[in-house]
Design a binder for this molecule. Structure first.
Ligand code: RET
Length: 268
C-alpha cells in the first residue's frame, strides 16, 4: 500500500512508501538547516579573514542563502505533492543551480587572489559554460524516456568536461611562479570540487540504472528517491563543505599575507 502518490514535473507519477516519504522529508530538512547555518557562519566569520578574501566568503553566503530559499520551496512543494494538491516542482533545483554554480566558480576564483586580467578571463569561460551545463540538463531531468534522458545528459556533460578542462589545464598554466603552498592548496580545492560536483551526474543517472541493467532497484519510485537524496547530499557537500574549505583557505592565506593579523588571530 502506497503512503502517497507523487506527481512530478514532466508527467511522471510514483507511489512512495512511508519510509521513502520520511527519507526525502528528512533529507530536505537537513539540507535546509545546513544552508541556513552556513549562511550565518559565512557572514559572521568575515572579520576572521583579510579584506581581499571577503568576496569569496560573501559569494559563499549568497550560494547558501539562495539554496536555503530553494530548499524551503522544494520542501513545501514535496509536502503539497504528497498531499495530492500540487505537482512536485523539479525546476527549483535547476533554478537554484543556475544561480549558485556560477557563484561557486566566482568563489573559487576570488579565493585564489589571481591578477585581475587572469581572473576575468577564467570567469568569462567558466560562467557561460556552467549555465549551459544546467540548461541542457533540465529537459533530460524531467523526461521519463531513456533516449532523450541520455542525449540531454550527454549534451550537458560537454560543458561539464570543458569546465574541468579550464580548471585543471588552463588554471595550472597560470600557476607557474606561484609559491608551492598555493599550488598545493589549489590542487586540493580542485579535487574537492570534482568529488562533490561528480555526485550530481551520478544522481541524474540513478533512475536510468534500473532500465539499463534490468534490476528492480532504482526503477520507478526507488530511482526518484535515490536521485532526490543524491542531489541533497551533493548540495550539502558542494555548497556547505566547499564553502567552509574556502573559508579555511582564506584564513590560512590571510595569516601568511599579514604576520600582524596572524599574531592577533592566534590569541583569539
Ligand atoms: C546534470 C545533468 C546530467 C549531466 C551533468 C549534470 C551536472 C550537474 C552539475 C551540477 C552542479 C551543481 C552544483 C550546485 C551547487 O550549488 C545537470 C545533472 C554533467 C555538475 C555544484
Amino acid at each position: 500500500m502506497d503512503f502517497a502518490i507523487i506527481k512530478i514535473t514532466g508527467g511522471q507519477e510514483f507511489g512512495i512508501s512511508e519510509v521513502q516519504f520520511d527519507l526525502i522529508y528528512n533529507a530536505l530538512s537537513l539540507g535546509l538547516a545546513s544552508m541556513l547555518a552556513t549562511t550565518v557562519f559565512m557572514l559572521v566569520a568575515q572579520p576572521r579573514v583579510l579584506p581581499q578574501y571577503r568576496l569569496a566568503l560573501i559569494a559563499s553566503a549568497m550560494v547558501t542563502f539562495i539554496a536555503a530559499y530553494h530548499y524551503w520551496r522544494i520542501f513545501d512543494s514535496f509536502k503539497e505533492a504528497a498531499a495530492g494538491t500540487e505537482v512536485f516542482n523539479e525546476a527549483y533545483r535547476y533554478v537554484d543551480w543556475l544561480l549558485t554554480v556560477p557563484l561557486l566558480l566566482v568563489e573559487v576564483v576570488a579565493v585564489l587572489s589571481l591578477p585581475a586580467a587572469r581572473r576575468s578571463s577564467l570567469l568569462t569561460k567558466l560562467v557561460p559554460a556552467s549555465a549551459l551545463m544546467i540548461i541542457l540538463g533540465y529537459p533530460g531531468e524531467i523526461t521519463s524516456e531513456l533516449g532523450p534522458k541520455a542525449i540531454w545528459g550527454f549534451l550537458s556533460t560537454l560543458p561539464f568536461v570543458y569546465i574541468l578542462y579550464v580548471l585543471f589545464v588552463e588554471l595550472t598554466k597560470s600557476l607557474d611562479g606561484q609559491p608551492a603552498a598555493v599550488k598545493a592548496t589549489i590542487s586540493r580545492l580542485r579535487l574537492l570540487l570534482i568529488a562533490t560536483w561528480g555526485v550530481y551526474p551520478i544522481s541524474y543517472l540513478f533512475p536510468m540504472i534500473g532500465d539499463w541493467t534490468g534490476s528492480e532497484f532504482f526503477t520507478g519510485a526507488d530511482g526518484f528517491v535515490a536521485r532526490q537524496i543524491g542531489y541533497t547530499v551533493a548540495d550539502i557537500l558542494a555548497k556547505c563543505l566547499f564553502g567552509l574549505t574556502i573559508f579555511k583557505i582564506a584564513r590560512l592565506k590571510s595569516m601568511e599575507d599579514d604576520p600582524s593579523f596572524a599574531k592577533v588571530e592566534a590569541k583569539l
